[in-house]
Design a protein around this ligand. Sequence first.
Ligand code: BTN
Length: 273
Amino acid sequence: MNPPQENQPNLYFGQAELEHLQSKTPLGQLEFREEASSTNDIALELIENENTKYPLLVLTESQTSGRGRSTNQWWSAKGALTFSIALAANSTNLAPNRWPMASMTAGLAVCEALEQFLPDADLNIKWPNDVFANKRKICGILVETPRLHKKNLIIGIGINVNNSISNAPAEIADLATSMCDLGGRTFSLPDVLESVVTKLIDRLAWLGSRDQDLRKRWTSRCLLTNQKIQVNSPAKELTGICQGIDEEGALLLKTEAGLERCFAGTISILPEN
Ligand code: BTN
């Protein structure tokens, strides 16, 4: 943990920043690690402890084995934000039937938070759980539930903030971006985190009571609307034109056989004929 330099954005988390974050957000517990394998894994361990308070935030400055969806790894370097929020699903409006909507809601919260720092960027959700800025991936979201009991929901979020993509492996550099690359400057990590956590907790509270508002916002930020796409899931492979996202978080696809609702899958954007 290094002290911030005068007039420079705060690039690190010290005790003062962590206390400030707790005072400004309704977090029940904050766990900070200077280095961690995966914040989702730490959250999975902590929810086994009956004294854990929710929402629980697990934060690290350096994640060494970040996990992505399926078997993917999550690349992050110093300057990235990597954290997980664990929620007690039984004490919120997050009933299991709303869990598919949680990653869309998290994506929306990230878009709305990052927009405060990058007002000129075009921030979109790529269903089901990526955030894109100016058509490049800036954030990945991994929503998990423990295998054995389903009392908790863990939302892992990785945002490229001050980690320039010019230092990333080539396969990532071709598709991704970061806040510092877009803004041409560094950003205060504690400020970005506070903004994302505040938006996330606020928008998750809309689930069940303001589903139509959420749907409108998902749809207006959907990167895939009107695009020809292919959705690959273990169950099926579908091709069609994306019609947006419905109130349950399902991707709507106009196929030759009619309108299909997709609840999971990997997306490929296809060239127009
Ligand atoms: C994806 O794009 O496939 C999802 C990436 C999710 C990365 C975040 S970083 C914090 C949290 N801990 C992890 O191990 N993964 C998530």
